[in-house]
Ligand binder design. Structure first.
Ligand SMILES: Cc1ncc(COP(=O)(O)O)c(C=O)c1O
Length: 403
């Protein structure tokens, strides 16, 4: 992959006409290594967060062998790339076809479910296989999360008790899983979830071989200061010891965002500036899906190939390229007052659910990928001193986002 020292160098050399994903595989490797060295169990990368092959390769090079996949396409992607990958099909609702192909063609043995109809489907599609690992996805509180994921998947109460019992009768290994919600800012959310799951296991009176605490681990978006990742691991380790599961039960986690968020920035071109509005070639239907919908304070920097932009700032609304009026970033942004056509805006922290969400709406959606060395994004895997050192020679411009 072609490498530039900085996104500004890239802009100067290429003046790119389509959006560019500036990627930093070493950031993915650092995050993946941190989890593998510090989480007291198996780490499954949630591929949905960023299925780019450079990210998968960086995971693999850092030792990651377990992958949480959500569709047959993700199964194929990972299985065709890595012979020795272990795949867990963790979408609670799968098509019969996907289950069948995953099991018979790709050797997938781990499936999640949150209702008896799905259990039945898994059993029929695998011809009542005897070597299945069945994971019961439970619904838990998402109170500590910045992006709650409850409401769609997960069982609780009597249904969960019945599903654990039914699953036990067919599983070679039985597991429980949950998701505390994405960008979880409070490690205690894992305790609350694990305690609730423990209650259900006790009511079901079944033997449990695996506890999968899901994803939800946070990344360092500007203005959000989550506790250190180690405090999440400490809570999870402590509560796991108290759970009513087999003494040699396995502990899993499935981070997505925390492994890739700070690895990628998106560089989008300014196509027009008019009446306080900036129109870009990327937006809510493209790589900036998260920036448009999450309303989080992503770091931003304006690059001009031909020189410097004004230090004076003005408030602008940022629009994407499609004809849909919801293709706009919520709020307004302080940008250089002289921003103009041909400038570029770099959005940091776009590695998770960024490129992965891009659509072809209105014929947009092409993105080029280049490796760069420096970054406007902070990271959970760096001390403040290390970060200060890295930023020493960079002027980082963080426009204020106003509601
Ligand atoms: C089953 C499952 N596991 C893991 C993840 C990754 O979550 P996060 O990116 O918050 O770590 C998700 C995200 O939706 C998920 O649905």
């Amino acid at each position: 992959m072609i490498t530039f020292q900085t996104p500004l160098d890239l802009v100067r050399v290429l003046c790119p006409e389509t959006p560019v994903a500036c990627v930093r595989p070493e950031r993915v490797a650092t995050a993946a290594s941190w989890f593998q060295n510090n989480f007291p169990g198996d780490v499954l990368y949630a591929v949905k967060a960023n299925p780019s092959v450079w990210a998968l390769d960086a995971m693999y090079s850092s030792g990651m062998r377990w992958f949480d996949v959500a569709s047959l396409e993700e199964v194929k992607l990972v299985a065709d790339r890595f012979d020795d990958a272990v795949l867990a099909f963790m979408h609670p609702i799968k098509s019969r076809h996907a289950i069948e192909r995953a099991y018979f063609d790709y050797g997938v043995k781990i499936f999640s479910m949150d209702c008896e109809a799905e259990l039945q489907k898994i059993l029929e599609a695998t011809d009542y296989a005897k070597d299945l690992t069945l994971i019961v996805r439970m619904a838990v509180s998402n109170d500590g999360a910045t992006m709650p994921l409850s409401g769609k998947f997960g069982c609780s109460g009597e249904k969960a008790v019945a599903l654990l019992q039914a699953g036990r009768a067919h599983a070679d290994e039985l597991g429980v899983s949950f998701h505390v919600g994405s960008q979880c800012m409070d490690p205690r959310a894992y305790r609350v979830a694990m305690d609730a799951v423990s209650n259900t296991i006790m009511q079901a009176a079944v033997t449990v071989d695996i506890v999968d605490v899901g994803g939800g681990f946070p990344a360092l978006y500007p203005g959000m200061q989550p506790p250190e990742l180690q405090s999440y691991v400490d809570v999870i380790s402590e509560v796991f010891e108290e759970m009513p599961v087999l003494f040699n039960a396995d502990l899993w986690c499935e981070p997505g965002r925390a492994l890739v968020a700070d690895s990628t920035s998106i560089v989008a071109k300014v196509e027009l500036v008019q009446d306080g509005k900036v129109y870009l070639n990327d937006g809510a239907y493209g790589n900036l899906f998260d920036a448009a919908h999450c309303k989080w304070p992503f770091p931003m920097e304006v690059h001009r190939a031909s020189g410097k932009t004004s230090v004076l700032q003005k408030s602008f609304t940022i629009y994407g390229p499609t004809c849909d009026s919801i293709d706009v970033l919520d709020g307004s942004f302080d940008l250089p007052s002289d921003i103009k056509e041909g400038d570029y805006i770099e959005f940091g922290m776009m590695g998770a659910y960024g490129v992965a969400m891009s659509t072809r709406f209105n014929g947009f959606g092409d993105t080029q990928t280049y490796r760069v060395r420096d970054s406007i994004s902070q990271t959970m895997y760096e001390t403040q001193e290390e970060q200060a050192l890295r930023y020493e020679n960079n002027v980082i411009f963080l426009p204020q986002r106003q509601a």
